[in-house]
Design a protein around this ligand. Sequence first.
Ligand SMILES: *Cc1c(COP(=O)(O)O)cnc(C)c1O
Length: 461
Amino acid sequence: MLFHSTRGKDKDKTFQEVLMQGLASDGGLFMPNYWPVVDLEHLKNCNTFIDVAKHIVPLFTDSSFNRNDVEDMLDNTWHDFAEKNLIKIFEINETTSVLELFHGPTAAFKDFGLQLAAAFFNKTLETENKTAIVFGATSGDTGSAAIDACKQFKSIKSFILIPEGNMSEIQRKQMTTVDKSNVFPILADATFDDCQDIVKEGFKQRSFLKNDQYLLAVNSINWVRIIGQICYYFYAALKFNKLSQPLNFSVPTGNFGNVFACYSASKMGLPLSKIIVAVNSNDILYRFFKENDYSKRDVTETISPSMDISVASNFERLLYDFYLDRNSKVCSDIYSNFPKTAININEDVWQKSDELFLSHSVDDNTTYATMKYFKNEFNYIIDPHTAVAAEAVLKLNHTLSDKTLILSTAHPAKFPDALKKSNILMEDMPKRLTDVINKKEIAKKISTSDNSIYEYIRSNN
Ligand SMILES: *Cc1c(COP(=O)(O)O)cnc(C)c1O
């Protein structure tokens, strides 16, 4: 299996090239050259998440790693989960259940993608005898999942920019209390968007790198993260109904990575009914599915901060594969004018959306109300991101056939302020989160007005 860019320039790249490069050289996103098909009959004999992953992951990695090595690696890839089988399904009622993806060490679903990324980074660095710098900015959960996934590997140093903004205290402390010599959390006096610009500039400059050192991105456009997420869609369907009936998935989304993983799974044979694209007030995706208007607007801060985006990077993959039938010329033209020119696609083509997608946008007040409703009605506590997906199901349920899984992307205990505002008392906080609260924070504070950040990385490299 080889990969190419949605914008057509990079072609026939191996998995390892795509892994270590992240973004394609033409600014596009990497896609597999074809959709590998999963043998569902074979999958039905699997018991564990790891068994399922051993079927899925090698389909994408055979250009760089032999199957046995990958299978051995997968036995040790997902670590420190509170659930033996990594995920749990909680039944709400006859038609609706919640897919709990937050049992990993950082209590958000990002552990699935980033632990797989870190394992493959390390495997590559070991064989090439090289080291790497991970450099990224985070609005909440990416940073902690990246730090946690990479901290055990001596060949990787992580530098994560933490913006001023509305991430929760627990989210911040998950990064600043790690206390490992290869982990560098950086408190920046800047917004998330500014931090992302600083990271982008760093990837251009590369001035702080040693010879022969990789600079790695951990944002959600790296294909390896999508692979990790495809695995739990198959595993969930296997656990839920032995892959016998199509399901709806309601996905709380920002950068569209999690939705695209669901779409990918369906292309690979997962029985799927509808994907519900659930967003907060940052509604660029909702506007696209509702009225064919994909136009960039300013970011609004919400109580689901991990979905506060102005554009949804992974949407380019869907546009390319689903709407444009993999026409990279058209895709490249569209994106060379975006965001200056909004994306409005051919109306006939846009109608295809109805085959697969529904969308809903949820404001903060409704999010609080949904958290309260789930506690009162089902005695089940959900976090604000999950509540956005849950509310979308409540709103759209009358249009759905088949059963629905709501993706729960974060543990509610990560957002104590939102719980408090919804009058929800959480009695059993997971120990790994309460521990974090009481630890001492160690982080470098850096002014973003000059280049001192790159100097800081160089001096600690
Ligand atoms: C990152 C994140 C999301 C959004 O995921 P995308 O793949 O960017 O759509 C949703 N919920 C939580 C808790 C997150 O951390």
